[in-house]
Write a protein that binds this ligand. Structure first.
Ligand code: ACO
Length: 335
């Protein structure tokens, strides 16, 4: 039986750091409010033209180096983003071209904060079915160019950061119960309007309505923060238990939980609900904010670099909820 193994990880964030104090200069907010409500101290925002594919390219190079692969070794690429470089084609095609590839298949997915979890499950299905052996999975976002940086958009704008992270996955033949042990994925479009960017909209006869100014709030992300917060705290433990049941393991066998980094308070509440010690839940939101599809692989890369996870036999659980709404959990055992 082929199992999906992580052979390399990489991350990249634009060098420009935007602190909470920097945001105080441009909108009515405070370092205290942001830290208390979200745990975020700073985020990285681009300062010059740079797409999600460009950030993804840098992260991908690092993951490929760690795996000891060249781009030509890849037989499939998955790119997860809610902020594609341009309307079309997708960022995956643009990144693959930068990697020097001209025929490798590429799939872009639009599952927001659970993009990495959906990507992992898709990669695993490609590997198990024999459709691919060596897959590059990238999550990348450039949020900053589309945020409302006035006080009107402060609830959303302070939480988002730019960044990318990548993993190389390989199908390895083994009878051992290792690699991706389980994925549980869900979506409920009834809550689409609780977190969305509505315009431009191809469903309209005029995609850019002429009567609206480009400063109309519908061109920016809007979020019902408290509603999403409550949903996350309720659904994350539920989907975690579902993934544990599928994997046939118990919570005490999990060495580290790497949740999506949307809000430190959500993740602390998630950990308390599961009754796990605080140090079993990994956080790096303080340095990057919410980098959406990049958030879980970025946290995985840092957790591995810090020696928190990655030793043979250790088990990590990923979980997240975001726009869609979409939510999910995955369990991975290191070989
Ligand atoms: N600075 C200062 N004050 C602010 C800010 C800000 N940046 N933003 C909002 N406020 C004010 C509000 O105006 C409100 O003031 P009022 O009481 O006078 O009306 C007050 O702070 C409280 O606002 P709430 O929205 O109730 O604040 P809350 O404690 O819920 O925190 C937050 C807001 C951080 C957004 C939180 O709701 C949250 O994290 N929600 C979940 C986010 C999430 O998980 N998103 C999904 C992933 S993202 C994705 O999928 C793309």
């Amino acid at each position: 039986m082929k199992q999906s193994m992580i052979k390399g990880t990489g991350m990249f964030v634009p060098p420009n750091i935007v602190t909470n104090q920097d945001l105080e200069e441009i909108m009515d907010t405070s370092d205290e409010w942001i830290r208390q409500r979200t745990g975020i101290r700073q985020r990285h925002w681009i300062t010059e033209e740079c797409g999600s594919s460009d950030l993804g390219y840098e992260a991908a190079q690092k993951a490929l180096d760690m795996a000891g692969w060249t781009p030509e070794d890849l037989d499939f690429i998955i790119f997860a983003t809610l902020s594609p470089d341009i309307m079309f084609p997708g960022s995956g095609c643009l990144m693959a071209a930068r990697l020097g590839l001209n025929s490798t298949p590429v799939l872009d997915i639009r599952q927001q904060c659970t993009g990495f979890l959906y990507g992992l499950a898709t990669a695993d299905a490609y590997i198990k079915s024999g459709l691919a052996k060596k897959i590059l999975l990238v999550g990348g976002e450039v949020h900053s160019s589309g945020l409302d940086k006035s006080t009107r958009g402060r609830d959303v704008t302070v939480i988002f950061g730019d960044g990318a992270a990548a993993v190389c996955l390989e199908g390895i033949e083994t009878d051992e119960k290792v690699g991706l042990l389980a994925s549980a994925l869900h979506a409920d479009g009834h809550f689409a309007s609780s977190l969305m960017t509505e315009l431009p909209a191809s469903r309209l006869v005029d995609r850019f309505p002429k009567e609206l100014s480009l400063d109309d709030p519908r061109y920016y992300p809007v979020m019902d923060g408290p509603a999403i917060f409550k949903k996350a705290v309720r659904m994350l433990p539920k989907v975690t238990n579902e993934a544990l049941t599928t994997a046939g393991i118990t919570l005490d066998q999990i060495d580290l939980i790497i949740p999506h980094q949307a809000n430190k308070r959500i993740n602390q509440a998630f950990g308390q609900f599961l009754k796990v010690p605080e140090d079993k839940v990994f956080h790096n939101i303080e340095n990057y904010g919410n980098t959406t599809a990049a958030s879980i692989p970025l946290a995985l890369h840092e957790a591995m670099e810090q020696g928190r996870i990655g030793t043979s036999g250790q088990i990590v659980l990923f979980a997240g909820l975001g726009a869609g709404l979409t939510w999910g959990a995955s369990i991975y055992k290191f070989f």
